[in-house]
Design a protein around this ligand. Structure first.
Ligand SMILES: Nc1ncnc2c1ncn2[C@@H]1O[C@H](COP(=O)(O)OP(=O)(O)OP(=O)(O)O)[C@@H](O)[C@H]1O
Ligand SMILES: [Mg+2]
Length: 191
């Protein structure tokens, strides 16, 4: 995770590439700060030199930039993880057609978050629709990030895509039963 927070910016020459080269997975998401343009450029450079798995959740901010702006990152992405609205804004297509377009750009797995409907996953060979858990929703802040964490945990553990999707839904379900993005998340989860 390379995230400087809301007010800072990340210049490419500030990134410790030796350290990053030890990561198995690099997760990218959008920068919302005023200085975000510099950080966006750094992300583009970083994915070019990074050798491992790249996961990318564009969020609404990057989705609105459009495919042309994001193509340099998407082409280096292994797992693309928008929500359905972001996929539709980004590609101008339904989220399933959009997923195909993204696969055609060289991405291996597309995971679309569908809120209370769970998630849709495709790698071009299989398509999965995995329903969300039925829980008492208190606050959905952080649901997307919790989902990403659960999914990527499974992926790094070598689980199949269905199991990864279930883990994403599960972690998101824990998140949304408490106020705030972190309160419901487990510590030291044994799986
Ligand atoms: N009402 C709900 N009931 C059960 N699970 C939910 C609900 N809302 C969200 N989730 C879970 O959270 C995941 C992510 O939520 P969502 O689809 O809203 O992503 P997002 O829009 O990217 O979220 P965020 O706004 O946090 O970025 C869903 O895939 C699902 O597993
Ligand atoms: Mg999101």
């Amino acid at each position: 995770m390379v995230d400087p927070g809301v007010n800072d910016t990340i210049r490419f020459d500030e990134i410790d590439l030796d350290y990053v080269s030890k990561f198995r997975l690099l997760h990218l998401t959008s920068f919302i700060c005023k200085l975000g343009e510099e950080s966006f450029k750094s992300q583009k450079k970083l994915v070019k030199v990074f050798d491992g798995i790249v996961s990318f959740d564009p969020g609404a901010v990057y989705a609105e930039r459009g495919l042309d702006d994001l193509k340099d990152i998407i082409r280096e992405t292994t797992i693309f993880m928008p929500n359905a609205i972001e996929m539709e804004i980004l590609t101008g297509l339904s989220y399933k057609e959009g997923a195909n377009e993204i696969l055609n750009m060289g991405v291996e797995v597309v995971v679309v978050k569908l809120g209370e409907r769970g998630c849709y996953i495709t790698d071009g060979k299989i398509e999965l629709e995995i329903p969300a858990l039925k829980v008492d929703v208190v606050d959905t802040t952080g649901a997307g990030d919790a989902f990403n964490a659960g999914f990527l945990y499974g992926y790094l553990k070598g689980k199949d895509l269905e199991e990864c999707g279930k883990l994403g839904n599960y972690l998101a379900s824990l998140c949304i039963q408490k106020v705030g993005a972190r309160e419901g998340l487990p510590r030291g989860l044994k799986y």
